[in-house]
Design a protein around this ligand. Structure first.
Ligand SMILES: Nc1ncnc2c1ncn2[C@@H]1O[C@H](COP(=O)(O)OP(=O)(O)O)[C@@H](O)[C@H]1O
Ligand SMILES: O=C(O)C1=C[C@@H](OP(=O)(O)O)[C@@H](O)[C@H](O)C1
Ligand SMILES: [Mg+2]
Length: 167
């Protein structure tokens, strides 16, 4: 949550000439409501159901860059869909860097609302093991968003060249 998936994902898609899909944005469109209101009026369960439905649908479509919310991988089914159909990049951010971003996240991330710093750190740390389900880890701390997109685009292109099927 707040590691930069939406911001960098959008820039990365442009560099790769692909369409970008933000699952949170699609959930908001489906409900016609912003995420904090969805959590409040429909509940997290309804949010997670829609999230799963949309991930299942988009992860099986080729040539997209998709950003999934930070809680999506808590559901095994989402992990499996993404890992078997997509290249999964984990945006790894340190607690120290993440702490600096909290003030821009609390209004729009209902799971942070009303939590103390200690509770946020606990949530941050207990989620780390879930994110080991990935194809590639990207340490975001050192990069501005534009640099991150440049770096990822180059890395992906390079790996495609290396792994390109022989014709
Ligand atoms: N590489 C970066 N360096 C500094 N700030 C960033 C970077 N990437 C994103 N941000 C900022 O961090 C906040 C969360 O970014 P966002 O893309 O919404 O993250 P996510 O989709 O992972 O929750 C936004 O305010 C965004 O402008
Ligand atoms: O981590 C989470 O449980 C969530 C992360 C958010 O997405 P970002 O990771 O894009 O902030 C959004 O899906 C929702 O607020 C729940
Ligand atoms: Mg996002």
């Amino acid at each position: 949550m707040g590691a930069g998936k939406t911001t960098v994902g959008k820039l990365l898609a442009r560099r790769l000439y692909r369409d970008f899909v933000d699952i949170d944005e699609e959930i908001e469109k489906a409900f016609g409501l912003p995420i904090p209101v969805i959590f409040k009026t429909h509940g997290e369960k309804a949010f997670r159901q829609k999230e799963q439905e949309l991930i299942k649908s988009y992860s099986s479509q080729p040539l997209l860059v998709i950003s999934v919310g930070g809680g999506a991988f808590l559901q095994e089914e989402n992990r499996n869909h993404c890992l078997s159909n997509c290249t999964v990049l984990f945006f790894d951010i340190s607690w120290d860097s993440w702490k600096e971003r909290i003030h821009v996240l609390t209004e729009t991330r209902p799971l942070l609302k009303g939590k103390s710093l200690e509770e946020m750190e606990q949530l941050f740390r207990e989620r780390q093991s879930i994110y080991s389900a990935n194809h590639s880890k990207f340490q975001v701390d050192r990069y501005e968003a534009i640099e991150a997109a440049d770096y990822l685009a180059e890395s992906l292109k390079l790996s495609w060249d290396i792994h390109a099927p022989q014709t």
